[in-house]
Design a protein around this ligand. Sequence first.
Ligand code: SAH
Ligand code: SF4
Ligand code: F3S
Length: 466
Amino acid sequence: MTAPRKLHIKSYGCQMNVYDAQRMVDTLAPEGFVETANAEDADLVILNTCHIREKASEKVYSELGRLRLAKEEAAKQGKEVRIAVAGCVAQAEGEEIIRRAPVVDIVVGPQSYHHLPQLLRRAAQDGRAVETEFPIEDKFTALPQPRPAAIRARGISSFVTVQEGCDKFCTFCVVPYTRGMEVSRPVARIVEDVMRLADNGVREITLIGQNVNAYHGESEDGATWSLGRLLHRIAAIPGIARLRYSTSHPRDVDDALIEAHRDIPAVMPFVHLPVQSGSDRILAAMNRKHSASDYLRIVDKFRKAREDIAFSSDFIVGFPGESEEDFAATLALVRQISYAAAYSFKYSPRPGTPAAELEGMVTASVMDQRLARLQELIDSQQAAFNAAAIGTTVDVLFERPARNPGQIVGRTAYLQPAHVIAPPDIIGQVRPVAIESLERYSLLGTLADTPPPADRLSMSSLPTGA
Ligand code: SAH
Ligand code: SF4
Ligand code: F3S
């Protein structure tokens, strides 16, 4: 038998890329590839790239520079290493990548990676293979299913893609160009995927899509289901303790989604709902198609449906033409909502997007200063949100051994990491934890439904963790 070939994948960008990377591993497993954490060992290195901001997409080229040296070194020892670029930079730049970095053998877009085995053969034959089409066939039906051992190795929480692409065309964003038009997967396929995951120990599912609440998939009887309806169906699958979804657009929030938070205990009270800006003028220039007060109304509706609900968001500072007044409106909105967490980015002009043509570029120093002010406000809200957990008892879904010996780490409903001393068999269980303290972003506590285990457990008998 030939030795297994080794595959190393490095993913950048969003949750969609994390999911795609796993599916690439599943696609290449029948070809005899096993995953390695070490790029130096690999026969095939895949960079699964992100094009969202200039910094993200330029990272690829510095990584390719390093890989060129590794490839040359391996060649001296008679080993052939292949390099593939996948993801959104592959889609956006195509052949150009090989021109700029001739070390690359394969370029494959996010809609074609199920063809990786054929592309590898083509690269072996012709030296190069590029595929960035949006093929007619559905890659999900073509992809091999993950093996049970692979599912178990990935842990108790899993992403499942339900929708891909985006038709919103926010003026700053490359996603509609790199991921294509919005497509929803049929309900039955998603249910099959979740059942297979649940059968192999997965307890938490995050339904993902570039615009996940635009979901409008076909059900078995030919009806069109919204995300709210889909959540009801997935929650009924035995073994699924927690359900999340990401990323949502405010425009696509409907009553069924809000009611799902009220009616389905498994749907977690934590919603990532990017708003980008608090200024109506900037929101209009971004083509977000809603106002700041529309957003506040939606948040209010969620809060009425479930009072313990919390929010996270994305923000862009320094969009072309953003004045101090516009930025102040963003700060005001953040103060009004009070986020549990949020990401903020400096505007980065992207090739081919309408905003890249706009005048009124905000200077780098103003952008830096606004980013710092926004982050300071968000950090203080996040710190207050986390500190509020101290002294309360919260449900934690345990995921894995922590770095500290004897500790197991899990997550609260709000994705805060929570550490307890406990035996590893609590992994996969949702257990109440009395939160005692906060260390940076991590909560520390004890299991509230059993006596403190410290006196019963010998620390040396526990695994030292991952
Ligand atoms: N589909 C999601 C996320 C898209 S990308 C949504 O609609 O919200 C993730 C985040 O990157 C965006 O929410 C936005 O805040 C940021 N982003 C996108 N394009 C950007 C750009 N050109 N410059 C800076 N940040 C950007
Ligand atoms: Fe990009 Fe806007 Fe689509 Fe989000 S909704 S992916 S920001 S175009
Ligand atoms: Fe990046 Fe593509 Fe995701 S551009 S954020 S990897 S959809």
